[in-house]
Every structure is written in C-alpha cells, then in structure tokens.
Ligand binder design. Structure first.
Ligand SMILES: Nc1nc2c(ncn2[C@@H]2O[C@H](COP(=O)(O)OP(=O)(O)OP(=O)(O)O)[C@@H](O)[C@H]2O)c(=O)[nH]1
Ligand SMILES: [Mg+2]
Length: 310
C-alpha cells in the first residue's frame, strides 16, 4: 500500500467536486467498530437508512447540500441512486456514494464513512483510493479489543499529515466493566499509539446516542471531550486549507443545553455573522433522535450551533 504522498493531481472521480472545499474527515476502523453509528451521531438526523452505511458499501461521502444521492464511478460519472437500492452496488467500479443533507455539522466538514479495513469481501483499494483525499481520520477501535495489530499496520502507512489531524476513538466504552478498566485500556492504547494521533479518548456511542437532552448521560458517555477535540481538529485543518476557507464563521455563544438551533434560517443568519475565520469549540448538546424540539424563537445569545450529536 502506498499512502505516503498527498495526491498530486486530483483523481478523475473528483471532477464533479467543484469550488472551495471543507475539511474532509474519514471515519475508519475495523468491521463493526462503530463508524456508522458515529456518523449518525455526528450528523444528527440519520439521513441514511442503516443498511446504507453498513458493511460492504464503498465509502459514503456526506456533505452539506440538498442534491440527490449519487453513485460516483472511478471516472467521476455520477448516477443518481435510491439509497434503498445501494446493496447492489459494484464496489470495484464505484469511487464513492455521494450523499447530501443540510445538517449543521456538514457546514464545517465533509464526513466520509469508510468500509471496514479488513472486510474479507472488499478489496482494500476501495478505501485506499479515498483515504489520501481526507484531511483527517477518526479511527474507531472497540475498547474491548482496542488497537489490534491489523489496525496498527494499516495506520503506520497513513501519511503523517493525515495522522496529525486524526483522533483515535475507543468505542464501546460501556462494555468495560469499571472505570478502572477504562483507564487501564486507555493508558495502554495511548502508550502504543503515542504520536500517531492528535488525541485519543474513549466513548460509548450508544450511550451518547441515547443521551437525548440529559447532559449527565452525555458527559458520562465520554462524548464531550471527543466533540471538543473534533472541533479543534476541524479548526486546525481549516487553517491549513490553502485555497481559502469555505467555512461559515461560527460564533462562540454561551448557551443552555436545550438551546438547539433547528431552524435553518435562523441558524444561517447567525452562521454568517462576521466573527473571525475560526470555528470555536463549544459545548455539545445531546438531542433526542426520536423527537426533535420544536423550533422556537430565541434571543441570539441563546442560539447554539454545535454539531447535532443526537
Ligand atoms: N454497546 C455499544 N455498542 C456499539 C457502540 N458503538 C457501536 N455499537 C454497535 O456496534 C454495531 C456495529 O456498529 P456500526 O456503527 O454499524 O459499525 P461500523 O464500523 O459502521 O461497521 P461496518 O460498516 O460494518 O464495518 C451496532 O450494533 C452498534 O449499535 C458502543 O459504543 N457501545
Ligand atoms: Mg458502517
């Protein structure tokens, strides 16, 4: 595998991707490590049916917009597709599946949900050809068997400039019995991955997903430090994107946990305020995936533009 150099020329399959770009974050890891659960948690609205982002699919590239889902082949030709029919896709001929939705986090970055790294039914080329296009990776590794040799051997070939904008996320933290066990695993993994990631932390994705509006459960899940590190990472990448940051400036506002912006119009108006060119990490919000709060008018100080971690 040769992943050591950034792509000199953009591959043909990117010809439909035009204009200034957002930071691109790939979600990677072994089969069933929690990548798609994380994608849904980050995006917040479960834009894709579960089976669409399950195994044996090519990378699913999710970005801000309202266009139809499309299969993008290796030459960059796009075929609109029904998300429900994606099981029949040819992974050899497909570069990625493009999905767009208008969720707040996608104003900050594109998210690429990758297939598992050692899926016996899928050639590694399927994710290897997309990986060099990512600016950073969130590597998911189940805490119960964290950081296996197979993961380490893939990661050691990932370019340094990607590694330094990447996070190691130990998922399934809830499967470890005690806090002592969690600390022990995290300590071991940190010593084994020293300098290979910008930061590493443990999370229970299912707990974070189910936290709804309960800040205590959200905090217990480990999601809070992850969100902070994630936003710091996005900020660093945005700073380094040479062709001008396409990002909407975000404003730091103190807010209560329930103060969610669900209304796109009000969200956009605040997002356009001139507040400098950095995105500032702010307090994450747990939000129900089943019942979205009704949009309600709020004074500007109460608005929150945090990623929707439902
Ligand atoms: N208990 C627990 N279960 C989790 C956690 N994260 C993910 N899961 C479960 O693990 C299973 C696999 O999760 P996915 O998100 O589909 O994993 P994936 O990495 O996308 O899997 P592939 O795409 O098939 O490689 C699902 O049943 C999730 O609910 C976690 O933090 N705790
Ligand atoms: Mg998946």
């Amino acid at each position: 595998m040769t992943l050591d150099t950034p792509p000199q020329d953009e591959p043909a399959f990117l010809k439909g991707v035009k204009g200034p770009r957002r930071p691109r974050i790939a979600l990677m890891g072994e089969f069933s490590a929690g990548k798609s659960t994380l994608a849904n948690l980050m995006i917040g609205s479960d834009p894709l049916p579960v089976q669409v982002i399950a195994t044996q699919l090519p990378p699913v590239w999710i970005s801000y917009g309202s266009g139809p889902a499309a299969i993008v082949d290796l030459e960059g030709n796009e075929t609109p597709c029904e998300l429900e029919a994606l099981q029949e896709i040819s992974t050899e001929e497909t570069a990625f599946i493009r999905v767009q939705c208008k969720e707040e986090i996608l104003r900050m970055c594109d998210i690429i949900d990758m297939p598992g790294i050692s899926d016996p039914n899928m050639a590694s080329a399927v994710w290897e050809r997309i990986l060099p296009l990512a600016d950073g990776v969130i590597w998911c590794s189940p805490a119960t068997q964290a950081w296996r040799q197979s993961e380490a051997s893939v990661w050691e070939n990932v370019p340094k400039h990607i590694q330094e904008h990447s996070l190691l996320l130990l998922t399934r933290g809830d499967m470890l019995v005690s806090e002592k066990d969690r600390r022990k695993v995290l300590k071991r993994v940190r010593s084994e991955t020293d300098a290979l990631f910008a930061a590493s932390m443990m999370i229970s994705l299912t707990q974070a997903r189910d936290a709804e509006d309960d800040p205590a459960i959200w905090e217990e899940s480990g999601a809070e430090p992850f969100v902070t590190e994630f936003l710091n990472t996005i900020n660093r990448i945005a700073d380094q994107i040479e062709d001008g940051s396409p990002l909407e400036p975000f404003k730091t506002l103190n807010c209560e946990p329930q103060a969610l912006v669900e209304n796109e119009a009000s969200s956009a108006s605040v997002a356009h305020e001139e507040t400098g060119d950095r995105i500032v990490p702010r307090r994450p919000i747990a939000k129900s995936r089943r019942e979205r709060p009704t949009p309600r008018p709020q004074p500007e100080e109460d608005l929150d533009l945090s990623p929707k971690f439902s």
